[in-house]
Design a protein around this ligand. Structure first.
Ligand code: NDP
Ligand code: MG
Length: 338
């Protein structure tokens, strides 16, 4: 595995170039602001009249529709929702993208599954931060950086990796590591990780734990603290020093329960389901399902998201967090602002 750091990436590769960030959402606002702070010339492409357009303007960027920003950009980053990126590409980006320019993504979905096929003369790269956009911005502002994966899709100019590394350095990733990969590897591991572990696996685990305690007659507040609130404290230890670091700090009783009971919760049935989920990612079955779901107006997505929002643990959580005043201060996500 090859990793690059600030010393391996030359910001001069972006000198004299304009970077167009298309989509000022979670990733887009962080890339735009970090690149600007790194001395790069940035313009933003957004939907006219939308709240993110107004946020980008309030943050001092020159904003135009995606097509016009693409026309201005020498490097064009598509930080657009994956499920609409191909439509925006066809309608607004493809007519404006020039041979010799650099077209970027922050996740390989549309390139890997063939939804976007840029012309041969366009350089294609991926810089995929391994963290949510709000963290990409907040760590950068503190002098740190979220690591990122870098890959080259096509390279007619012969310097696409260098340009991509400069971009990755500009958003702060070179401070913690830019790891070289392929678009296929990034896409498949990213989808698997968010489905089986980070988002899907984790929220289902917490909900099931909460429900098990409440079903058995324990107070929902107790269940919330045990199965949801404390997760962050445990994860912080793992983030800092791995699982053994976390086990060093918990009690011996907790550690014995951990090592003997954890493998029962995630037993052979769960592992078999993980393999199945990975196969659906590799075969393109998940991608097809998600593209069709989007075309149908996202009925399953909306229904299951609503069901999650109506879960009793959300209400209990709101009440308990209201009592912890410090949580409201310096929030990473403030929907009015970023
Ligand atoms: P968001 O939904 O947060 O942001 C996308 C932005 O694009 C929104 O502001 C949206 O506006 C805007 N937009 C929609 N249509 C257009 C259009 N036609 N022209 C211009 N702008 C438009 O997306 P994310 O930042 O979450 O994701 C962007 C990319 O980054 C994806 O490829 C994703 O996989 C990748 N990524 C995301 C991570 C994350 O943590 N979020 C982590 C790593 C990679 P509006 O809101 O008004 O629709
Ligand atoms: Mg991801």
């Amino acid at each position: 595995m090859k990793a690059y750091y600030d010393k391996d990436a030359d910001l001069k590769r972006l000198e004299g170039k304009t970077v167009a960030i298309l989509g000022y959402g979670s990733q887009g606002h962080a890339h735009a602001q970090n690149l600007r702070d790194s001395g790069v010339d940035v313009v933003v492409g957004e939907l006219p009249g939308s709240p993110p357009w107004q946020k980008a303007e309030a943050d001092g960027f020159k904003v135009s529709p995606a097509g016009k920003a693409t026309h201005t950009g020498d490097v064009v980053m598509m930080t657009l929702p994956d499920e609409i990126m191909a439509d925006v590409y066809r309608a607004e980006i493809a007519p404006e993208i020039r041979d010799g320019s650099y077209l970027g993504v922050a996740h390989g979905f549309n390139l890997h599954y063939g939804q976007i096929r840029p012309p041969e003369g366009v350089n294609v790269f991926m810089v995929a931060p391994k963290g949510p956009g709000h963290i990409v911005r907040s760590l950068f502002a503190r002098g740190e950086g979220v690591p990122a994966l870098v890959a080259v899709g096509q390279d007619p100019s012969g310097d696409t990796l260098q340009v991509a590394l400069a971009y990755a350095r500009g958003i702060g990733a070179g401070r913690s590591g830019i790891i070289e990969t392929t678009i296929r590897e990034e896409t498949e591991t990213d989808l698997f990780g968010e489905q089986a572990v980070l988002c899907g696996g984790l929220t289902a685990l917490m909900q099931a734990g909460f429900e098990t305690l409440v079903e058995a007659g324990y107070a929902p507040e107790m269940a919330y603290f045990e199965c949801i609130h404390e997760m962050k404290l445990i994860i912080d230890f793992i983030y800092e020093g791995g699982i053994s670091n976390m086990r060093y700090t918990i009690s011996n009783t907790a550690q014995y329960g951990d090592v003997t009971r954890g493998p029962r919760v995630i037993g052979e049935a769960a592992r078999e389901e993980m393999r199945k989920i990975l196969r659906e990612v590799q075969s393109g079955e998940f991608a097809r399902e998600w593209i069709l779901e989007t075309k149908a107006g996202k009925p399953v997505f909306n229904a299951l998201t609503r069901k999650g929002e109506e879960h009793p643990l959300e209400e209990v959580g709101r009440r308990l967090r209201g009592l912890m005043s410090w949580l409201a201060k310096d929030r990473l996500v403030d929907r009015d602002r970023n």
